[in-house]
Design a protein. Sequence first.
Length: 192
Amino acid sequence: MEPTVKNIHEDLIRGCRVNDRKAQVQVYKLYYKAMYNTALRILNDTAEAEDVMQEAFLEAFKNIDTYREESSFGAWLKRIVINKSIDELRKAKDLVYLDEVEIEIADKADEEDFIRVLSTKVEEIRKAIHRLPDSYRVILSLYLLEGYDHEEIAQILDISYNLSRTRYSRARRKLLDYLGAVENGQNMSNMN
């Protein structure tokens, strides 16, 4: 089968397929930071993110024969990290899903306001995202930071498309509330 994606690290991946430890170390060095950051954004815990990232690499090397080069190796590995992170989050925190409720998605002006607020202060945004409930933080991270659409998020989290959009909208609103409170000099720790 002819690969559909040209992989820039083809030689290293070929080495990983035959359990070449040097190739595996090189692949790890190339991708560990991005994979750790992906896990951290979902899990919100440095130790858990490190563990999940390590497990993801082990699983990837063990199952590298399932990598069919239909996407980049990094995208394939990131999918493993995201799935393992979500599995860990479900195990550790026993996510409780909100009832599926249809809500009206924000208009363009609201979206522009959201983008304007997000572009203000990175550290405040990071702290505000950290405070979001898990179910909101995961959707926000997958959508805004990882670039998944709502159909993909619904599939990853095993929820409906509408629930993905609803949670994203609520997460966005909650994030804006946190950021507005900071802008007005309020302490975020007092907010629910």
